[in-house]
Design a protein around this ligand. Structure first.
Ligand code: GLV
Ligand code: GLV
Length: 326
C-alpha cells in the first residue's frame, strides 16, 4: 500500500503494462479503464489531485483541466511528438511542465509516409477494393495505371527530423527532394530550399511534416491546392487541420490534384464524408507511429519524463513553454 501522501499519477488511456511498472514505484497510479478517450467530464474528474498526468494526443489539456488537477500538478507527459492538444500558455501561467516524445517515432512516421505515398500513386488500396468487390478484371497494358516516383520531385513542408527521414527515403526511390525553407537551417538539408509558392507549383508530391500551429492551420487551403502542379499528390501524416478538408475533397473530385493520402483529419476521428466516396484518396486511421516498437518507446519516454520530474530531476524531453506569459 502506498501512503496517503503518495503522488497521484493519472494515465488517460492504457499503455503497455510493462512500461507502467516504474510509475507504480512512485505513487498511486490511476489508469483509465475505457478503450476510448476520456470525455471532458471524466478527464476533469480523473485528474483531481494528480501530481502527474500521462496524456494522449486525443486529450485536450487546457487551463480548466490543469485547474481541475489542482496545485499538486507538476507534469503533463504527452505520449506523442505533436502537442497541439496542450494549451502551453495555460501551462506557463500555472508553472506546470509539459513533455512530449520526440526522437523515437521518426522512422516509423517516415516509413508510413512512404507507405501512403506508394499506396496512392500505385493505387494499391483502390485495387484491393476492386478485388474485394468481386469485379471481373484481367491484366491489361493500360489497367489501373499509377504514377511512377523516379525523377519526380517531393516537396517537404516541415524539414524537421521526420521531414529529413522522409527525404532520405524519397531519395532512395530516385526522387528529387525540395523543401519549404521558412527559416534558415543551421544544418541545411540536402535538397532545394523553396518558398511555398515555388514548392506547390513544382512538386509532384507535397508531403506535410510541420507541427499544427496558428501559422500552419489551413496552410493547404483551396488557393494552395489550386497552386499545386496538375497531376500532383498530397500526403499528410502531420496534423489534420493543416489541410482544409472541404477544399481538399473538392480538389480531388474535380481533378485539381491527382490524389491524396491522409493519416490525420481536420475533425479527427471524423473524416469528411466526401473523402470517403473518392477513389483517389487513401485514408489511414492515424497510424504514423503505430508499430509495437515505436509505441513502446513512446510510452517508456512519457513514463520516464514523469519519473524524472517526480523524483526531482529535470524532464527528459521538455516542451518549451511560451516565455513572458508566466
Ligand atoms: C502522433 O501523431 C504524434 O504526434 O506523436
Ligand atoms: C520528430 O521530428 C521527432 O523529433 O521525433
Amino acid at each position: 500500500m502506498t501512503s496517503p501522501a503518495a503522488p497521484r499519477i493519472v494515465v488517460t488511456r492504457g499503455l503497455p503494462a510493462a512500461t507502467l511498472r516504474p510509475l507504480r514505484d512512485l505513487g498511486e497510479v490511476w489508469i483509465s479503464p475505457h478503450d476510448r478517450p476520456l470525455t471532458s467530464p471524466e478527464l476533469h474528474e480523473a485528474v483531481r489531485g494528480a501530481s502527474a498526468i500521462v496524456t494522449m494526443l486525443t486529450d485536450r489539456i487546457d487551463g480548466d483541466v490543469l485547474d481541475a488537477a489542482g496545485p499538486s500538478l507538476r507534469i503533463v507527459a504527452n505520449t506523442a511528438v505533436g502537442y497541439d492538444n496542450l494549451d502551453l500558455t495555460a501551462f506557463a501561467h500555472r508553472g506546470v511542465l509539459a513533455t512530449n516524445t520526440p526522437g523515437v517515432l521518426i522512422d516509423a512516421t517516415a516509413d508510413l509516409t512512404m507507405a501512403l505515398l506508394l499506396t496512392v500513386t500505385r493505387r494499391v488500396a483502390e485495387g484491393d477494393r476492386l478485388i474485394r468487390s468481386g469485379t471481373a478484371w484481367s491484366w491489361d497494358i493500360s489497367f489501373m495505371l499509377g504514377a511512377g516516383l523516379q525523377g519526380k520531385r517531393i516537396g517537404i513542408v516541415g524539414m524537421g527530423r521526420i521531414g529529413r527521414a522522409v527525404a532520405t527515403r524519397a531519395a532512395a526511390f530516385g526522387m528529387e527532394v525540395a523543401y519549404l525553407a521558412r527559416r534558415p537551417h543551421t544544418d541545411p538539408p540536402d535538397g532545394a530550399p523553396l518558398t511555398l509558392p515555388e514548392l506547390l507549383a513544382t512538386s509532384d508530391i507535397v508531403s506535410l511534416h510541420c507541427p499544427l500551429t496558428a501559422e500552419t492551420h489551413h496552410l493547404i487551403d483551396a488557393d494552395a491546392l489550386a497552386a499545386m502542379k496538375p497531376g500532383s499528390f498530397l500526403v499528410n501524416t502531420a496534423r489534420g487541420p493543416i489541410v482544409d478538408e472541404t477544399a481538399l475533397a473538392r480538389a480531388l473530385a474535380d481533378g485539381t490534384i491527382a490524389g491524396a493520402a491522409l493519416d490525420v483529419y481536420e475533425h479527427e476521428p471524423e473524416v469528411h464524408p466526401d473523402l470517403r466516396e473518392l477513389d483517389n484518396v487513401v485514408l489511414a486511421p492515424h497510424l504514423g507511429s503505430a508499430t509495437v516498437e515505436t509505441r513502446t518507446r513512446m510510452a517508456e519516454l512519457a513514463v520516464e519524463n514523469v519519473r524524472a520530474v517526480l523524483t526531482g530531476a529535470g524532464p527528459v524531453t521538455p516542451i518549451d513553454l511560451p516565455v513572458g506569459s508566466g
